[in-house]
Design a protein around this ligand. Structure first.
Ligand code: 5AD
Length: 489
């Protein structure tokens, strides 16, 4: 049997990755992807609950689907992701148009559950963690399928941190690691199929362990994480990208997100010094610059420890850049605490940052602390923080004008909505700055590392022209991929 499905994705890269895996199991079961929900027999809303209004957002999305469902009662509405895991069966009672609730660890069951729905079964929720026997769904190339230029590979899931503001341990369960061998095999499969960059994914990606890897470096004291060993293994086993003489398979860049500063060890810094396949940029969430707030957030590092870790990373690799996540208005955050955050931002000179107003989340320890920073103060702090951050990122980007960079071209620029024919493509430098290249025939650059001259800095990206004529390049790979949506974090 065949059926049509549409998946709407909200939230983080892990959700984008889960969407890819849901698409994989649905296709294997006879599903055909459609863009328009009007045409879909199955609509999956892949939700995020890390910050506020998750449920209202879901309610409004389900509300939009309700008329379609009334017209076609056999249309199945499924809710996946963190809101599904968090609310479980109760969602079925509260939003009567929902037929299926499916947690992140139950993705493999999605096709069978959808089939049961079309067979007339009552609505059902499936949200069990696979703690006893963790499963990691693998990407398998299909005949004629394009490999994404940037491939997402999961290394671990869940989180054992207990940051007091964060709902993730509740929605994603305890940490489970994928065997390093499996990670390497998946990286290899992507690269053989034409992917050029791999983004390793995990909620605390650097807490990775696998007994099959060499033990952690004793210099790192009690930190037993083996993430640097995983990076070394990938660098050793996966062939590197070379543009000449042919467009043969090869890995150009290896990135990872998001590390917890606690595991940003000396060994990780050394890996950055040794492995030139690693991107020269690290996203290292700090959350606050005040020790008092960090303690109440249960981040388990101090301001000076964070600064020392950033320094160590920066020393490992010339020009390494750092970005971060920050929460403003955490319970009890005073003006002085917030000033400490501003001073830390200036001191590190983050090239970009994502900042959020604190929002109380169900099941989190910080609920006990109240939510005592008034909304107006949160807004004002957020605006001040962005002011400082914008100056830093402008300074960084405009400093790159006139330099020569190597850009891995991912696809058509976002403004062109996937249309490669307009000669405007986008990609990233070794340090992950977004670069738009405008040149006739630029479509031929997709999937290649191209030398460019940076001509202009925009607010969040750069403009560039290739240093050599495009028609001097070898013929395009037979399978080309369009731009892949890269979410904020
Ligand atoms: N309120 C505001 N921001 C939050 N984040 C996580 N939980 C909350 C919360 N309760 C932010 C953190 C994290 C990012 C993914 O979302 O900055 O790093």
């Amino acid at each position: 049997m065949t059926f049509r499905y549409a998946i709407q994705t909200f939230g983080c890269q892990m959700n984008v990755h889960d969407t890819d895996r849901m698409a994989g199991v649905l296709r294997a079961a006879g599903g055909i992807a459609v863009e328009a929900v009007e045409q879909a027999d199955l609509v999956v809303l892949n939700t995020c609950s890390v910050r506020e209004r998750a449920e209202q957002k879901l309610r409004s999305e389900v509300g939009k689907l309700a008329p379609l469902k009334r017209a076609r009662p056999d249309m199945v509405i499924a809710v996946a992701g963190c809101v599904a895991q968090q609310e479980g069966e109760s969602l079925l009672k509260r939003m009567r148009h929902i037929d299926l609730v499916i947690g992140p660890d139950n993705i493999a069951e999605l096709p069978a559950l959808a089939l049961e729905q079309w067979g007339g079964s009552p609505p059902v929720a499936r949200t069990e963690f696979d703690t006893a026997a963790p499963r990691f769904l693998t990407w398998a190339p299909r005949e004629g399928q394009e490999a994404p230029v940037v491939a997402f590979v999961t290394t671990m899931k869940g989180c054992d941190e207990r940051c007091s503001f964060c709902i993730v341990p509740y929605t994603r369960g305890p940490e489970r690691y994928r065997p390093a061998r499996e990670v390497v095999n998946e990286v290899s499969r992507f690269v053989q199929a034409g992917s050029r960059e791999v983004l390793l994914l995990g909620q605390t990606v650097d807490s990775f362990r696998d007994p099959a890897l060499p033990p952690a470096d004793p210099e790192d004291g009690l930190d037993g994480s083996q993430f640097p060993e995983l990076l070394r293994l990938i660098a050793r086993e996966i062939p590197r990208y070379r543009r000449q003489p042919s467009r043969a398979p090869g890995l150009a860049r290896l990135r990872y997100t998001s590390p917890h500063p606690r595991h940003a060890t000396a060994s990780l810094a050394r890996a950055h010094a040794e492995l030139d396949v690693l991107a020269g940029h690290v996203h290292l969430p700090v959350q606050s610059g005040s020790d008092r707030v960090l303690r109440r957030m249960i981040r388990r590092y101090t301001r000076s420890e964070y600064l020392a870790r950033v320094d160590r990373l920066k020393c490992s690799r010339p020009n390494l850049t750092v970005s971060t996540d920050i929460i403003v208005g955490f319970p009890g955050e005073t003006e002085d605490d917030f000033e400490e955050t501003l001073s830390l931002v200036r001191e590190v000179a983050f090239v970009s940052l994502y900042a959020f107003k604190y929002s109380p989340r169900p099941h989190t320890p910080a609920l006990r602390l109240g939510d005592d920073v008034p909304e107006a103060v949160k807004s004002e702090r957020l605006a001040r923080l962005f002011e400082v951050a914008d100056v830093l990122s402008q300074k960084h980007l405009s400093g790159l004008v006139g330099t020569r960079q190597h850009v891995l071209v991912e696809g058509a620029s976002k403004s062109e909505k996937g249309d490669l024919s307009r000669g405007r493509v986008q990609g990233r430098t070794e340090r992950s700055e977004i670069v738009h290249i405008q040149a006739p025939g630029a479509a031929a650059l997709v999937g290649e590392v191209v030398e460019v001259d940076i001509t202009r800095a925009n607010k969040h990206s750069l403009l560039a022209v290739p240093t050599e004529p495009i028609d001097s390049l070898p013929a395009p790979r037979p399978k080309l991929d369009g731009a892949r949506r890269l979410p904020l974090w």
